[in-house]
Design a protein around this ligand. Structure first.
Ligand code: PAF
Length: 282
């Protein structure tokens, strides 16, 4: 496995891969890898013949009061895992090269990015779309892999790729959970044992809603109230029931929906979601 630190090195590697007819599968990450990332890497390795992992803690997607400074950085362990899983190249650019002092170009996606996490973190998707565009330009992937835990992020990236005519297939992989249901996240490392226990309210509340939807409940307000009640041990940021593609709120479930939550456990903001497709979806 090779480690590449500049966009030029990355592009040269990818140009050679394209010339050899290789398919490049790309997994963009901020490092601090866990089993969720491993599932993305496994898919990228299995479905392509050159998998690239990027590790870059992107300052542009953090507000000044957020956790950029203390975001976990575990570069050596991340590279060892990627190597074990058969990743061909790790792209780990330096922040100063990605964003020189006179940097002034940003990618903004309207609509789909504005609710949910976009409402709570107004800077977030501009930072994500900008860095993902830069990473795509360097890696030149055929396919890129994202986790469903960040379902709105995948929807925003899909819209960006469609709107800007990027010839890249976006693949969303299922959420990977701990045995007790907690969705895997690099930020779970921030939780104390007591907070880790309380954090289970997120997956439990979604489970309650999943059962209700399977039993025929279609009313958004009823489902959201049930989830909010089950989230009692944590501080809710949002609970939302939205269309899986547009991220527009849904009042009565008639189409595939995303039930998404964000909540604070102590100072740690966690997100989780489930998707539901009604049997009679049109
Ligand atoms: O999902 C993440 O880890 C980040 O938002 C991403 C896509 C790597 C962009 O920094």
């Amino acid at each position: 496995m090779i480690i590449l630190n500049t966009a030029q090195e990355m592009r040269d590697w990818s140009t050679r891969a394209w010339a050899k007819g290789q398919q490049i599968g790309f997994v963009p990450t901020m490092g601090a890898l866990h089993e969720g990332h491993a599932s993305l890497m496994r898919a990228a390795v299995a479905e392509n013949n050159g998998a690239v992992l990027s590790i870059f803690v992107n300052p542009a997607q953090f507000a000044p009061h957020e956790d950029f400074g203390r975001y976990p950085r575990t570069f050596d362990a991340d590279c060892a895992l990627a190597d074990d899983l058969g990743v061909a190249a790790v792209y780990a650019p330096a922040a100063e090269a990605m964003y020189p002092p006179d940097y002034s170009s940003y990618v903004e996606v309207g609509g789909v990015s504005e609710g949910l996490c976009g409402a709570s973190r107004p800077h977030f998707y501009r930072g994500v779309c900008t860095v993902v565009t830069k990473l795509f330009n360097a890696v030149k992937p055929h396919r890129a892999y994202f986790g469903q835990k960040d379902a709105q992020q995948t929807a925003v990236i899909r819209r960006m790729v469609r709107d800007l005519d990027m010839d890249i297939e976006i693949i969303e992989m299922p959420i990977v959970r701990e045995a007790d249901g907690l969705a895997m996240s690099s930020r779970n490392r921030y939780l104390s044992p007591e907070e880790r226990e309380r954090a289970l309210a997120l997956s439990r509340s979604l489970q309650i809603a999943r059962t209700a939807m399977a039993d025929g409940e279609r009313d958004a307000d009823t489902l959201i109230t049930q989830v909010r009640e089950a989230l009692e041990p944590v501080r809710v940021d949002y609970v939302a029931l939205v269309d899986t593609v547009t991220m527009e709120p849904v009042t009565t479930i008639k189409q595939p929906v995303l039930l998404a939550i964000a909540a604070y456990v102590g100072n740690t903001r966690l997100i989780d979601n489930i998707k539901f497709i009604p049997p009679d979806a049109h």
